[in-house]
Design a protein around this ligand. Structure first.
Ligand code: GLU
Length: 209
């Protein structure tokens, strides 16, 4: 179980998220990634190996300005450490991005169900099913879409979702894997570990399952 960071607010989300990931490096990890959402679409960058590799990718191909972003440092449980298996994971159309700590026990059944429905799964991870299922949900709000999908998930999770149609929003949830919400000045943070938040706020709420 490794690291989650998320931010919604007036600052550059990329800077806040990458700084949060830097503060989670002490936990160990095998890959790192980030997703941002702006008024147009989702943007992702992810790399196997150290956070320095992700920073290099972001320097080579900068992501646009955005105030809404999520990031992850992965400790692989399903599939080797490589760029594709790194989080965030997205659906085929790039509408939904998700970062996940933990293990989805019924991932094999959900992957088979998606494959039967004609969905191409890009990674070996248990996590990717979450992006496809939320993208396919007909519920009206992102909260409802996520709640509908999580009702089908067996296992442990800390999760943070972005959706291209809801660019000022991040939805998070947990079950058996820690998540902490940080409240700043007209901004909200989320992290799986207090270390990622302390620089920005001391007003925090530890979520229950
Ligand atoms: N089970 C997920 C994966 O293998 C998440 C691992 C983690 O907690 O970092 O990609």
């Amino acid at each position: 179980m490794c690291g989650i960071v998320g931010y919604v607010g007036p600052q550059r989300a990329q800077d806040v998220v990458v700084e949060g990931l830097r503060r989670l490096e002490y936990r160990g990890y095998d890959s790192a990634g980030i997703a941002l959402v702006d008024g147009e679409r989702l943007w992702t960058a992810k790399r196997a190996g150290k956070l320095a590799n992700l920073r290099e990718a972001l320097t080579e191909t900068p992501l646009p300005e955005s105030g809404t972003g999520i990031g992850h440092t992965r400790w692989a449980t399903h599939g080797p450490a490589n760029d594709v298996n790194a989080h965030p994971h997205t659906d085929g159309k790039g509408i939904v991005a998700v970062v996940h700590n933990g293990i989805i026990d019924n991932a094999a059944a959900l992957r088979a169900e998606l494959a039967d429905a004609g969905v191409d799964l890009a990674s070996d991870t248990d996590t990717e099913v979450l992006a496809h299922l939320v993208a396919a949900s007909g519920a009206a709000t992102l909260e409802e879409k996520v709640a509908e999908v999580l009702a089908r998930i067996e296992g442990t999770y800390g999760v943070a979702f972005l959706h291209a149609d809801f660019p000022d929003r991040m939805v998070v949830a947990r079950n058996g894997s820690p998540l902490i919400i940080g409240v700043g000045d007209k901004e909200m943070h989320v992290a799986s570990d207090l270390a990622a938040l302390v620089r920005y706020t001391t007003t925090v709420a530890h979520l229950d399952d």
